[in-house]
Write a protein that binds this ligand. Structure first.
Ligand SMILES: C[S@@+](CC[C@H](N)C(=O)[O-])C[C@H]1O[C@@H](n2cnc3c(N)ncnc32)[C@H](O)[C@@H]1O
Length: 366
């Protein structure tokens, strides 16, 4: 048993890779560019597509499309934060660029999705002490979910300075707990016996180099080394999140190795019941289709207990596709609904401005 799947069904879908933009397309606004799905127009009638760091790059990338009024505009960082499920002000932090904010936001676990998973772990009774250590903490999406699930952080680790700055802003944890540090340099045994939940988003490079063995030994690949950290900390439970590509056919052998190493992470007889499952943030009220893989481990428990836990997380979904009848759940939150109460930041471009005019000129120069 490697992968949790809802009701045994395989819900994996293939995603296309967007084609590279031409240089001219990167700087030009036009009606056809605005409507081109490769530029990720965000319709007010649907949840947003997955927030990506590229949203901060080209002026026409990931714009809000208002077809009814034949106009479109860029999304602000606050709006992107909302689409990722954060409070609008989460990224209002001095000393961090909009590019870095969007990048960290796009990498983050939407807090509501993180909460659904972490509350599942906590309510399972597995977390003996309400303490948590967060590694590769990024923008703090999963870290904030841990607090919302009743846990108190005793350490957050992040090697990228802009993210460390975001984590040290006005949060529900003390800025002194945020360590701007490479997790491979930390003496993890200092936490042994003190941690209820170890969580985080360790990056992996399963598709960047050839061959499973190479993947596991790739020094950039933290996921493949994460069992060493678990051995050091020996938490009651762990939750590691990652990209859905981890469960693709090509990556399954790698994922199986990771899960195997986490089930018996050291020579000391330490054992975890471990399962990985994929969830969509839109199903938990986030105005965005965003699928993340969660690897959940419960100390001294069988894999079946972790599997049942993910079943309960799945059952706790609050939202559904508008095309799926389910009277217990409300339809996914759309971009229009999520942004409805926000002031209009302006900057709209109309179809009439497509091939000239000041706004177009300014946008291309940004
Ligand atoms: C997917 S993001 C984590 C997102 C986070 N879970 C959230 O919800 O906001 C991965 C993070 O790991 C950080 N990272 C990568 N390698 C690291 C290392 N060796 N030590 C510490 N942090 C690392 C990256 O800078 C990045 O911010």
């Amino acid at each position: 048993m490697t992968l949790w799947e809802p009701d045994g069904a395989n819900e994996l879908t293939k995603r296309g890779t967007p084609r590279k933009q031409s240089k001219s397309a990167r700087g030009t606004w036009s009606r056809s560019v605005a409507l081109d799905p490769r530029h990720r127009p965000q319709s007010v009638d649907r949840p947003s597509s997955t927030v990506r760091r590229e949203w901060a790059r080209a002026p026409q990338e990931a714009h809000l499309l208002d077809e009814r009024n034949a106009r479109y505009r860029r999304l602000t960082v606050s709006e992107i934060a909302i689409l990722q499920g954060f409070d609008a002000g989460w990224f209002e932090v001095a000393g961090v660029s909009d590019w870095d904010k969007t990048s960290a936001c796009g990498d983050a676990v939407p807090p509501a999705l993180g909460r659904a998973v972490l509350q599942g772990v906590v309510s399972n009774g597995q977390v003996g002490q309400p303490t948590s250590v967060e590694i590769c903490a990024g923008a703090g999406g999963l870290a904030s979910a841990a607090v919302a699930s009743g846990l108190e952080h005793i350490g957050l680790y992040e090697s990228w300075l802009p993210a460390a700055r975001l984590l040290r802003a006005d949060r529900n944890w003390s800025p002194e707990l945020v360590h701007h540090e490479d997790v491979r340099e930390v003496a993890w045994s200092q936490f042994r016996g003190k941690v209820g939940l170890l969580s985080g988003g360790p990056p992996c490079q399963p598709w960047s180099v050839g061959g499973v063995q190479r993947r596991v030994s790739d020094q950039r690949d933290l996921l493949g080394q994460i069992h060493e950290l678990v051995t050091g900390v020996q938490p009651d439970a762990f939750v590691f999140e990652n990209v859905p590509g981890l469960t693709s056919q090509a990556s399954l052998p790698y994922l199986s190795q990771v899960l195997g190493s986490l089930r018996a992470p050291g020579p000391t007889g330490l054992r975890y019941g471990v399962v990985a499952g994929t969830f969509d943030a839109a199903d938990y009220g986030v105005p965005q289709r965003r699928r993340r893989v969660f690897i959940v481990g419960l100390r001294s428990q069988p894999n079946a207990m972790a599997y049942n836990l993910l079943d309960r997380v799945h059952a706790a979904r609050t939202h559904r596709s508008p095309h799926v009848p389910d009277s217990n759940r409300v339809p996914w939150v759309t971009v229009g609904e999520a942004l409805a109460k926000r002031p209009d930041p302006g900057g709209w471009r109309t179809w009439a401005h497509d091939y000239g005019g000041d706004e177009v000129g300014r946008s291309a120069a940004n």
